[in-house]
Design a protein around this ligand. Structure first.
Ligand SMILES: [Cu+2]
Length: 136
C-alpha cells in the first residue's frame, strides 16, 4: 500500500487547493543548472499566486520565463505568477519553469527530486518529481 501511494505521488500531488501534475526535472550534473516542469492547476475558487519556489537540490531556485528578443532566446525571473480559479499554469520547456541553479549533486535519470512551491492562498505544496532525460 505504501509502495502504491509513493508511486501515485510521482504523478499527482495536491493540497486540496492546488494540483500538481506531470512534474519532472531534467537530468544534469553537479554544479550545472537545470529546471523543474509541471502542470500547476488551481482547483480552489480563488485566484492564487505562485510567489516563491525552494529546493535543497540547488544553490539557487527561481521561477523563470523564456523570452525571445531580436531572434535570440533568453531567460529571466518571472516574478509572481497568478493562476485563476480552475486554470492551469504550465511550467514547460521554452516557457515558464522553475530554474534550479547550481546543482548540489548529480541528478540522474530515474532519481527523485523535491521542489516546494509557495502560493499566497494555498500555502506550500511539496512536490516529488522524477528526473528525466528529455529533450523538448
Ligand atoms: Cu531558466
Amino acid at each position: 500500500m505504501l509502495y502504491f501511494l509513493s508511486i501515485l505521488f510521482l504523478f499527482f500531488q495536491t493540497n486540496g487547493k492546488i494540483n500538481i501534475e506531470n512534474q519532472w526535472i531534467r537530468n544534469a550534473g553537479k554544479g550545472m543548472n537545470t529546471a523543474f516542469f509541471a502542470d500547476v492547476k488551481n482547483i480552489s475558487t480563488k485566484t492564487d499566486t505562485l510567489y516563491k519556489v525552494a529546493s535543497s537540490l540547488a544553490r539557487l531556485v527561481q521561477v523563470h520565463e523564456t523570452y525571445e528578443e531580436n531572434g535570440m532566446m533568453g531567460m529571466r525571473e518571472a516574478g509572481n505568477l497568478e493562476i485563476k480559479s480552475s486554470e492551469t499554469l504550465k511550467l514547460k520547456p521554452r516557457s515558464f519553469h522553475v530554474m534550479l541553479i547550481g546543482l548540489k549533486k548529480d541528478l540522474k535519470e530515474g532519481q527523485i527530486g523535491e521542489v516546494t512551491l509557495f502560493f499566497k492562498h494555498a500555502g506550500a505544496v511539496k512536490v516529488k518529481a522524477r528526473v528525466k532525460n528529455m529533450i523538448e
